[in-house]
Each structure stands twice: as structure tokens, then as C-alpha cells.
Design a protein around this ligand. Structure first.
Ligand code: ATP
Length: 432
């Protein structure tokens, strides 16, 4: 874990939030490499969930909503964690996280005294309005789900979607986490990517789509090259299932700090639409235009953390070899897809040719340029940030227009014609 945190800092993936002021617990800033990686994760997700499907449409709802929406969804009441306080040092822990409780007891030599569990609401409050004493309480959304649910009718009425269909969304959520930690794993501000998938309210349909989304999500992470042995399903026990769900499964990742929740697949039934109907007075009934059937659909949700995805992708991709550190990220997710090097920086012709090549690749791929030191050092630096291909322009390039393409994982080199390079890279990065 220490290796990941130090690489993340050193190479500009993730920094502690407002670090020069001593930081703010549970907040993180993404640096030049981190923002590229994170954007790639989100756009890959959007591509696979929205662009490549005909049954899912997108939404981008406001972070601050009418507070009634949070009453309807049950968050003002039930969005709580049970908390115990250590009587010796007054630090607070979630009483449902037994490992953390035990770990803390170890810090006190094996035992301590705890207060009785108290519940804390995780919603982050904010106040709207400029006039002091006359401000309205609002919440920063604790999950992005509500923004999709409240737009159910708008989306049905404004697009040609038919049940079964999904609403996809990516956006920030905020939680007053009591024990933020394990790097970005539990933050107070984080991003989620979710699909609310609406189906007919029938048991068999529910089971079928629940199984479908479980497998679909697992396959997605495997398709990004994550190691199978580091991923598993964990079904929620009946006493653990959230207030809104009929069934729930997590995909867990085998992190250095133990098996940890990566994302959730939740059978939410008609909880959300019914509650919003009740609290808003808006009829949420869906009418099938072909069959005339009327019903309030059930919702199968897949909810993943963007930050947890970035963290687990980094951990999964990190490997230390004899002479180098490699981030074996999927080529489409790596911050840079390709780096261009002039073999030497003091040969005008070579530099000019390399610049030409850089100009050709830049509009198509996130392309890095490096002319420092020797080529070996540049490879080392690119391996560490996961760049799948390094292209070197050398003396031969001036004669026959070919360049050397070096593969991050095999370290093998190919000689490719410059004009064929975009196609060559496209196939290897995106598989198309
Ligand atoms: P946990 O049990 O770890 O607190 P949760 O069950 O409350 O998570 P959900 O409400 O199901 O999580 O949220 C869906 C996803 O959002 C999680 O699987 C995770 O990837 C992400 N997520 C939730 N809370 C956080 C957080 N504090 N920091 C980063 N990501 C989070």
C-alpha cells in the first residue's frame, strides 16, 4: 500500500487534499496523471453503459436537491452508521466494522472500554441563501441515485425508452464518514457511477436482471484486465441489506487492507419511485405504449465508486520487476496511451521528425513527449505511469520513415511505418 501511495504522490496521480494547510481528512486531489486515469475510467464506463447500448440513457442531475427528496429516500432518517467511542482516546469507530474495532483495541494493548453505539447521520448539511438567520437547510447528495429517480418521468416522457431500460449517471457524492481512511477508499467527497435499471415488477424478471447485472459488472472489471483472484461476489446477509433493497451483492476487491467493497448491485424494488410518488404527489406509474400495461417499475441498481475503481485498478496494475516498476493498466485507461521520443535531442532532423509524429498522434491519443536523458530512463519513467507504447524516432526513421514501437509489458520492439502508426496503436489500445 505504501508503494502505491508514494507512487501516486511522486508521479502526480493523487495528492492529499489542501495539503499545504495540513490537509483535510478524507479529501484527495487528483494530479495530472490521476485526472487522466480517472477520466479514462469514467469515459470507458460511459462508453460501455450508454454508447454501446440501446437500452440505457444518461442524466446529470444537480448535487443539491430539494431536501424533501432526502426525506423520501429515507436518508434523513436511515442514512446512519452506528458509532462507538474509545473511552481511553476518544476516537470514534463504526461498531459494525469489527476489524477496525479489534485493531484499535490492539493499539491499546489488546483491550479498551467503548461507549454504547450511537447513530450518526452521514448526510453533509449545507445552508442556502445569503441572509443570515434566514437560510434554508439543504444537503450535499449522499449518493447520486436520487437524481436519477426524481427524473424518471422526465426521461420517460422526453425520450423513447421502454421498460426495461436504464438511467446512467456519474457524479460526486458526499458523506460525513466517521472513519475515512485507507487512502482514497473511504473519502468524504467521492464520485459514483451508477445505472438505475427499470424492469417489470415480476419476481422472475427481478432475479434475471439481478443476475445479469452482477455478471455484467464482474465481466467489465475482468475485461479491464483486473486479476480474477482479486475479485469476488459477496451477498449481503438479510440483516445487512439497506432499508431500500430486496437483495444486494457487493463485488469485493482483495486490497492490501483486506477484502473490501468495490461496488454494489442492489435490487431496490419499487422503493424509490413509490416513495418519491408519495412525497412529491407526482404519479410515477409507467404505461407501456405497446401493451397498455401500467405499473411502477422495479429498479436494479449497479453502483460503483469511481475513486475506488481508480485505487483498485492502481493496486491491481502495480508490479515491481527486477529493474523497473510497471503499472500494467489497460491501455485505454493509462494516463498516456503513447509517448514519443526523439532518440537524441541534438539532431535537428530527428527532433523535427519526432515533432511531426507527435503532431500526428496528439489529436488521436493522449500523447506524451520526452527528450530527456537516454531512452532507457524514459522507458523507466513511462512504465511507472503505465504508458503502453513508447515510440522512438531514430536515424533509420529519416531514411525509411519507420519508427520503433516498444511494448510496455513485453518490452519487445516493433518497427512500424509512421503513417501506419495511428491504426497500429488504435487496434492495440482499443481493440478495434
Ligand atoms: P461502505 O460499506 O464501504 O461504506 P456502502 O455500502 O455505504 O459502502 P454504497 O452506498 O452502496 O456504499 O455506495 C456505492 C459505492 O460507492 C460503493 O461501493 C463505493 O464504491 C462507493 N463509495 C461509497 N462510500 C464511499 C466513500 N466514502 N468513499 C469512496 N467511495 C465510496
Amino acid at each position: 500500500m505504501q508503494n502505491i501511495i508514494s507512487l501516486a504522490k511522486r508521479r502526480g496521480f493523487i495528492f492529499p487534499g489542501s495539503e499545504i494547510y495540513g490537509g483535510l481528512a478524507g479529501t484527495w486531489d487528483y494530479g495530472p496523471m490521476g485526472v487522466l486515469l480517472k477520466n479514462n475510467v469514467k469515459s470507458r464506463w460511459w462508453r460501455d453503459m450508454v454508447q454501446m447500448r440501446t437500452d440505457i440513457v444518461g442524466v446529470d442531475a444537480a448535487i443539491i436537491m430539494n431536501p424533501r427528496a432526502w426525506e423520501a429516500s429515507g436518508h434523513t432518517q436511515a442514512f446512519t452508521d452506528p458509532l462507538v467511542e474509545c473511552k481511553l482516546c476518544h476516537r470514534r469507530f463504526r461498531s459494525d466494522k469489527e476489524e477496525q474495532v479489534k485493531e484499535h483495541e490492539q493499539e491499546h494493548g489488546g483491550t479498551t472500554e467503548w461507549t454504547d453505539p450511537k447513530t450518526f447521520n452521514l448526510l453533509v448539511k449545507t445552508y442556502l441563501g445569503v441572509v443570515e438567520n434566514n437560510q434554508a437547510l439543504a444537503y450535499l447528495r449522499g449518493e447520486i441515485t436520487n437524481g436519477a429517480q426524481v427524473n424518471f418521468k422526465n426521461i420517460v416522457n422526453s425520450s423513447r425508452v421502454r421498460v426495461p431500460f436504464g438511467i446512467a449517471q456519474i457524479g460526486k457524492a458526499f458523506r460525513n464518514e466517521i472513519t475515512p481512511g485507507n487512502f482514497t477508499f473511504r473519502s468524504i467527497e467521492f464520485e459514483q457511477m451508477e445505472v438505475q435499471f427499470y424492469i417489470k415488477p415480476e419476481e422472475r424478471e427481478g432475479e434475471r436482471w439481478f443476475e445479469y447485472w452482477k455478471q455484467n459488472r464482474m465481466d467489465w472489471y475482468l475485461g479491464l484486465g483486473m486479476k480474477k483472484e482479486n475479485l469476488r461476489f459477496r451477498d449481503h446477509a438479510p440483516d445487512e441489506i439497506s432499508h431500500y433493497a430486496k437483495a444486494a451483492t457487493d463485488i469485493e476487491y482483495h486490497a492490501p487492507f483486506g477484502w473490501s467493497e468495490f461496488m454494489g448491485i442492489h435490487h431496490r424494488g419499487d422503493w424509490d419511485l413509490k416513495r418519491h410518488q408519495e412525497y412529491s404527489g407526482e404519479d410515477m406509474t409507467y404505461r407501456d405504449p405497446d401493451t397498455g400495461e401500467e405499473f411502477i417499475p422495479w429498479d436494479i441498481e449497479t453502483s460503483a465508486g469511481v475513486d475506488r475503481s481508480v485505487l483498485f485498478l492502481l493496486i491491481d496494475a502495480y508490479r515491481q520487476e527486477e529493474n523497473r516498476v510497471v503499472l500494467g493498466l489497460h491501455p485505454a485507461l493509462a494516463p498516456f496511451q503513447v509517448a514519443v521520443f526523439p532518440l537524441v535531442r541534438n539532431n535537428e532532423m530527428i527532433v523535427k521528425k519526432a515533432q511531426e509524429l507527435f503532431g500526428m498522434l496528439q489529436p488521436r491519443f493522449m500523447t506524451d513527449w520526452d527528450d530527456r536523458g537516454n531512452v532507457g530512463k524514459r522507458y523507466y519513467a513511462q512504465d511507472e505511469i503505465g504508458t503502453p507504447f513508447c515510440v522512438t524516432v531514430d536515424h533509420q526513421s529519416l531514411e525509411d520513415g519507420t519508427v520503433t514501437v516498444r511494448d510496455r509489458d513485453t518490452m519487445l520492439q516493433d518497427r512500424v511505418k509512421m503513417e501506419e502508426l495511428p491504426k497500429y496503436l488504435q487496434e492495440r489500445i482499443y481493440g478495434e
